[in-house]
Write a protein that binds this ligand. Structure first.
Ligand SMILES: [Fe+2]
Length: 542
């Protein structure tokens, strides 16, 4: 079957293509439209479809809309209940349902030749669940989905068997939502809701969870796989912070309290799910699965032997999940996703043409890894553009900004290049065979969804990537999957003795990650990056 998956209704519009059980392509609309998160998460924007990413997925596979057996839409309007029944204050929520019902016609308009009758609605949390369990390298698993909200619930706990059949064991009705709770505190702390939750997680490590008693009162598991989240009087715990204002200990303490309570509740939900399923592996998705601090606590203290998180756990991932779910329902159990590099790529000749057009002098070194390692060893900052772009919010060495982790100044310099807050850490990448020497925690970690403890003897050697609490969010690089990146890491270690590099996403603040060569050239031309690597080519700043 040829199945196009689409996510559109809330935020992070995206498209994915699954052909005969194989994940062929997946991409987020923001990488095409250059608008962060694709759209604002308001009901009025629900009609907007991931038109460019969907059209690209088809082109990538040489298909036309008429060739598709199914198009999935990761929201089922038949499951929606009136907002007053759900305890939501959103009086325009009905627009989402209206637009979703019309989605087949809208999609047929956006993809000329598409038969609107092939469009299938997949429940939002089923799409999330499938994006984890059916994409993971494990035939069966317990699955846990937690996000802000879907049609009428905010959570799914269940099990996928080896035939790809989902059994839902629990789902928590709105208004109770751990995701909305986290979004609320994000907004209270002066960050952007549905976007900046990871900043709250970073801020939490600077605070003391002194409001834990109040949060334990308000947020509790119910013993049946679900939970309650009662409204929290945030003002009583910490003064509201205006966007851009300095944060204080008061703000960090609130962040720490919410973060710690979230971790506790996740552990309790995981224990319930483990008891209910007896599965060895837990797979996870939903916006909360981006909380790598909580993921690591689940891996370390939770009952499962292994925890696997979909690399695009936010709503973008439901494009892939919807398609995988419909494939599984048709008896086509998909192969595990090969990696997160499911987006666009360019041939060497195309990249050279871009550089010629921009009139940048460039070279094609015989040993790319060593040439770039020399720049990094001399504290240069390198924009590294290689292969297919990443699906999901993390740069994993395909659209990355790389630097020397040996100097703390690197952090300040990178944050200045990117124009972002200084309290936010940058993360290391490390060759898989060296990872355990430097870091302890869930390994391998190819998708940067867990945090690791930096071994004592390394803390002072790689200061740029060690967070204030002694942790780092390491990405492991497997030389068989990523030979060029592994060669670069090896060359850098030969020169410096350091087996890691700083790796942060190739973008500037508030903008989506670089996707195409033009984006890369624009970033190179407008920031103090020293070297641009475009495929096999090296461009130096004159
Ligand atoms: Fe979601």
């Amino acid at each position: 079957m040829r199945i196009l998956g689409v996510n559109a209704v809330y935020h992070d519009p995206a498209a994915a293509l699954v052909v005969d059980g194989e994940v062929v392509a997946a991409a987020e609309e923001e990488r095409f439209s250059r608008r962060k998160h694709g759209k604002r998460p308001v009901p009025f924007a629900a009609w907007e479809l991931p038109e460019q990413s969907a059209a690209w997925c088809l082109r990538q596979a040489g298909l036309t809309p008429a060739d598709l057996d199914a198009v999935t839409y990761s929201y089922d309007p038949a499951l929606v209940r009136p907002p007053e029944e759900l305890g939501l204050r959103d009086s325009w929520d009905h627009l989402r349902t209206t637009y979703a019902r019309r989605a087949p016609q809208f999609l047929a308009g956006a993809l000329p030749g598409l038969d609107p009758d092939v469009v299938r609605f997949v429940p939002h949390h089923v799409a999330h669940a499938a994006s984890a369990a059916l994409a993971a390298p494990h035939p069966a698993s317990a699955v846990l989905v937690l996000d802000g909200r879907g049609e009428a619930v905010s959570h799914l706990a269940g099990r996928y068997d080896a035939d790809g059949v989902l059994t839902v064991l629990a789902s928590q009705s709105l208004p109770h939502s751990l995701g909305l709770l986290y979004e609320d505190v994000t907004e209270h702390l002066g960050f952007l809701r549905s976007s900046d939750e990871y900043k709250v997680m970073a801020l939490a490590s600077y605070g003391i969870p002194r409001h834990l008693p109040a949060l334990r009162e308000a947020v509790r598991v119910t013993g049946d796989g679900g939970f309650v989240t009662e409204p929290v009087a945030w003002d009583a715990l910490a003064k509201r912070r205006a966007p851009g204002q300095e944060w204080t200990a008061e703000h960090a303490d609130l962040a720490a309290s919410v973060q710690t309570r979230l971790e506790e509740v996740l552990l309790e939900l995981a224990r319930w799910l483990h008891a209910a399923t007896g599965e060895r592996v837990l797979t996870m998705a939903g916006g909360l699965a981006l909380n790598c601090v909580a993921n690591s606590r689940l891996a370390a203290e939770g009952p499962f032997d292994e925890v696997w998180v979909q690399p695009a756990p936010g709503d973008a991932g439901t494009a892939l999940g919807g398609a995988l779910q419909v494939a599984a329902e048709a008896g086509e159990r998909a192969a595990p996703m090969p990696g997160a590099d499911l987006g666009r790529s360019w041939t060497d000749a195309e990249l050279a043409a871009w550089l010629d057009t921009a009139r940048w002098p460039y070279e094609r070194p015989d040993d790319l890894g060593d040439t770039v390692a020399a720049v990094l060893a001399a504290d240069g900052v390198v924009a590294w553009f290689a292969g297919r772009s990443e699906y999901g919010p993390r740069a994993l060495g395909h659209r990355s900004l790389l630097a020397n982790p040996g100097r703390r100044e690197t952090l300040r310099r990178l944050n200045d290049v990117k124009g972002r807050e200084q309290f936010r850490p940058v993360a290391p990448m490390v060759r898989l065979d060296r990872a355990a020497d430097v870091f302890s925690g869930p390994l391998p970690s190819p998708y940067m969804l867990f945090v690791h403890r930096v071994r004592r003897e390394w803390v002072n050697r790689i200061p740029a990537v060690v967070h204030v609490d002694g942790t780092a969010r390491a990405q492991t690089v497997d030389p068989t999957a990523e030979p060029a990146l592994a060669a670069l890491l090896a060359a850098f270690e030969r020169r410096t003795g350091l087996p890691c590099l700083v790796n942060t996403s190739l973008n500037t603040a508030g903008r989506p990650m670089v996707d195409d060569p033009r984006d890369a050239l624009e970033l190179f031309g407008s920031t103090p990056v020293d070297v641009l690597v475009l495929g096999p080519y090296v461009v130096r700043r004159p």
